[in-house]
Design a protein around this ligand. Structure first.
Ligand SMILES: Cc1ncc(C[n+]2csc(CCOP(=O)(O)OP(=O)(O)O)c2C)c(N)n1
Ligand SMILES: [Mg+2]
Length: 796
């Protein structure tokens, strides 16, 4: 408990809030009820619900108990309807209990906590019914997303996209202290500072315990300074009202100093051991101090334990005061609230309590203490001191009571029939992406108005430059483009203003994905549709992969443009070549992966993508894996059937003869080698076809869907890949080619039992040019011809 010696003085300087004593009494009742319900919900799931598989169910009684007071004061007192909260994952039972009291959660869901269809283990936007603002689970991400949500809220407000919505909400994170070990937290803090962050609260549940251990005593010296250096206001609340009152008595200051000096480990151990242990240590260490004897004598065991464990984060009045103080400004505020993990439960303070569950006997005692009779366990008001109708009246006056989940809906933004891409004889998909956006930027469509781009310091190198030149950088304040003012020639004209449509980020892919998560939830959170486009180099998807997964899990909608990819990054060396991203694209739920070869395919995909990210029922996010390799473009007229096939994932670029024995199947920028191989083989292999696969992901997903449909009785269901491959002989061979892991296409052998000869990259990259590297990794003409020969000879 070292480090915060000055904090209780700071506590005392806080102004007294105007809280009606009767309201405070009701809040105490609600606090007790939240504690009971969250503890009981976990107990029920583990001890009373029959287990069919013997798996541990779990739940976190200690972690929930730690924040019951912080959540009670937040949801029943401080929160306004426009505020949004990310609740630390393992406080889910306390969160659901609060929603239950507000009439926004079902009893059946609580009874089925952690069971199929029940309340989720960690609050989930998509799976829970009780208005989860931000999903949490992977520690650190829920905290950081609030920073980006606040930025998006500012964006929406300054662009006047949701004038009717109240966009002055606070984005609040209730976070575990160990979450601050996650590096993404610091990346987000720094980015928030750059963007002049407002309206964010981080409430840190400072119980000084993580999963495995008690945290270092010296840690919070560092953290307080860290937040202050980012221009956050820090409010440390350490001593509750009992300890503050004790401080006024003779010897009281010494008592508080003793707590300040007490190592975290010892404080936790004594909290667990209880009154006798407190008494013994205090007598030994402070026995000679005037006044301490009287303090000890005037407290019986229960009172002494209550006094010594009276930390502000578990003390309702102190927490209410802290929130009132925080509400006085829009400066980002970090409340470091001292708490006890497992507060009020038998394993309070024990270092092993993270997964601890109360025994049946302990629960019986706890139930009696809460004055809950048998059969009343789920009753909202049983055992409380205040009459039920008074509590009900109080609840009804809170802003969220009885309200349905606050998920805004707005009409979709119209997407034109076709995007203009200015055809050229040769092009790369990356360059074409830049040109398509540039064309949009020059127009005045609503589509262009709602696009917001972002990139972690690779805006220019991913070809967003022309778009940004037109639409400018977003900033809460107008900022000059000094290079332009000084008349230094540059192709980048970047002035910054509240009307800009590009959010420039520092190099942190976690931040990119968290910003995309927040931008992609803008409709639901703030009632303003945005069409977010984020660009990065393809290999660095891995750097922010958990955040990308987090964004998709929340059903955030965006277009992710990853370029360059694969061997087209060769000059950058082996470290940068993306190998397994096609598999990420296929494997990531909520994200549809495309890898077009040609510009007309890309234009069709982007057009579809803008609609898909807006489709509330069937839609999702879109991932475009692009390339800087310039290739000859086919001459073909715009054709809806062709565009449809591209979106379905594949089309015969060269039709095979019916019953043909061989086809080359490819994805992306390897098209020239594939076409050269086709030309070389056409004479010898009758009717050989070339199947272009702009989306292995769509193709596979719809194939699997058709299988499910057939299993459930729709015998006629058929997917595009089945139709396409039905043209070939059942004995045919498929040579598959892509600049990425070969598994991304080799699944196609399972569709109709064709033999697959997979080519692709499954080794680290290295510097080189395309001819050398394609030869080295087996993607060149010779490799394709060789695989085709094997296929024709039916050799494996
Ligand atoms: C990224 C990630 N790593 C590991 C975990 C497993 N985990 C869940 S809670 C936890 C400890 C959290 O400690 P703290 O944030 O202090 O919360 P407390 O339990 O003390 O309330 C860990 C390691 C996780 N959920 N997410
Ligand atoms: Mg902790």
């Amino acid at each position: 408990m070292t480090a915060i010696a000055r904090s209780h003085r700071r506590d005392r300087s806080v102004t007294q809030p105007a809280i009606d004593p009767y309201d405070l009494k009701i809040l105490h009742d609600l606090e007790r009820k939240v504690m009971w319900l969250s503890t009981w919900t976990i107990h029920n799931a583990n001890h009373l619900r029959p287990s069919r598989d013997g798996l541990k169910v779990g739940g976190h009684q200690s972690s929930s108990a730690s924040v019951v007071t912080l959540l009670t004061a937040l949801y029943f007192k401080a929160l306004r309807a426009q505020d949004r909260v990310a609740v630390k994952p393992h406080a889910s039972p306390a969160f659901h209990a609060i929603q239950y009291l507000l009439g926004r959660q079902d009893r059946a869901k609580l009874e089925n906590f952690r069971a199929f269809g029940g309340a989720q283990s960690y609050p989930s936007r998509t799976k829970d019914i009780d208005d989860v603002d931000f999903s949490t689970g992977s520690v650190g991400l829920g905290a950081a997303v609030t920073i980006f949500a606040s930025l998006v809220q500012d964006y929406v407000r300054l662009h006047r996209f949701a004038p009717e919505a109240d966009t002055g909400g606070r984005m609040i994170a209730l976070i575990g202290d160990a979450e601050l070990d996650e590096g993404n937290i610091f990346e987000a803090l720094l980015e928030g500072w750059k963007h002049d962050l407002r309206n964010v609260w981080w409430i840190i549940d400072y119980n000084r315990q993580s999963l495995d251990s008690v945290v270092s005593d010296r840690l919070f010296n560092r953290l307080e300074g860290l937040f202050e250096s980012m221009d956050w206001r820090v409010q440390t609340i350490k001593y509750g009202k009992l300890l503050q009152a004790a401080a006024e008595r003779p010897g009281g200051e010494a008592l508080l100093k003793w707590i300040d000096a007490c190592p975290n480990q010892l404080y936790s151990a004594l909290t667990f051991k209880g009154a006798a242990a407190w008494r013994e240590h205090l007598k030994r260490d402070l026995g000679d101090t005037a006044g301490i004897g009287a303090v000890l004598d005037s407290h019986d065991d229960a009172a002494l334990h209550a006094l010594m464990t009276n930390l502000a984060g578990n003390d309702l009045e102190s927490v209410i005061e802290a929130y009132d103080t925080a509400a006085q400004t829009d400066q980002p505020t970090c409340i470091i609230a001292y708490t006890i993990k497992g507060y009020g439960l038998p394993f309070a303070g024990h270092k092993d309590n993270h997964a601890g569950l109360m025994t049946k006997a302990q629960m019986d005692l706890f139930k009696a203490q809460n004055r809950i009779a048998d059969g009343q366990e789920w009753d909202r008001f049983a055992g409380l001191e205040t009459p039920a109708d008074a509590i009900q009246g109080f609840l009804a006056r809170t802003p969220l009571s009885g309200r349905p989940p606050r998920i805004h809906s707005t009409p979709a933004i119209a997407v034109p029939e076709r995007l203009d891409y200015r055809p050229s004889a040769e092009a790369s998909t990356q360059e074409a992406f830049g040109r398509i956006l540039n064309q949009l930027a020059r127009g005045d469509s609503q589509l262009a108005e709602r696009i917001v781009s972002t990139s972690p310091d690779v805006t220019v190198s991913t070809n967003l430059g022309p778009w940004v030149n037109q639409r400018q950088i977003f900033s809460r304040r107008v900022q000059a483009d000094t290079f332009r003012d000084e008349q230094v020639a540059s192709t980048q004209k970047w002035s910054m203003s509240p009307s800009g449509q590009h959010i420039e980020l520092g190099i942190a892919e976690n931040n990119l994905f968290l910003l995309l998560a927040a931008l992609g939830l803008s409709r639901e959170l703030f009632g303003a549709r945005l069409l977010p486009i984020g660009t990065l180099y393809d290999p660095f998807i891995a750097r922010g992969l958990d955040s990308l997964n987090y964004a998709c899990y929340q059903n955030a909608r965006f277009m992710l443009v990853a370029t360059p990819s694969g061997l087209t990054l060769a000059p950058e060396g082996g470290a940068h070549q993306s190998v397994n991203t096609p598999l990420i694209g296929i494997g990531q739920p909520g994200l549809t992966y495309f890898e077009p070869a040609y510009v007309d395919e890309l234009a069709a995909i982007m057009r579809w993508g803008f609609a898909h990210i807006q489709d509330e029922e069937q839609g999702g996010s879109v991932y475009l894996r692009l390339s800087t390799r310039t290739i000859v473009q086919p001459e073909r007229a715009a054709d809806p059937a062709f565009e449809q096939a591209v979106i379905e994932g594949a089309y015969w670029q060269i039709q095979p003869a019916p019953g043909a024995e061989l086809a080359i199947v490819y994805c992306g920028a390897v098209a020239p080698e594939v076409l050269a191989a086709h030309a070389a083989l056409a004479e010898d292999v009758a009717g050989i076809g070339v199947l272009a696969v702009p989306s292995p992901d769509r193709l596979q997903a719809v194939w699997r869907r058709a299988q499910r449909q057939r299993r459930s009785g729709d015998r006629a269901a058929q997917s595009p890949v089945e139709r396409l491959l039905a043209r070939l002989s059942p004995e045919a061979g498929l040579v598959t080619v892509l600049d990425g892991h070969p598994q991304a296409l080799s699944w196609m052998g399972a569709v109709a039992g064709h033999r697959v000869y997979p080519l692709g990259v499954d080794q680290f990259g290295q510097a080189g040019d395309i001819p050398d590297l394609y030869r080295s990794y087996g993607l060149d003409l010779d490799a394709i011809l060789d695989a085709a020969a094997q296929a024709c000879l039916k050799r494996r």
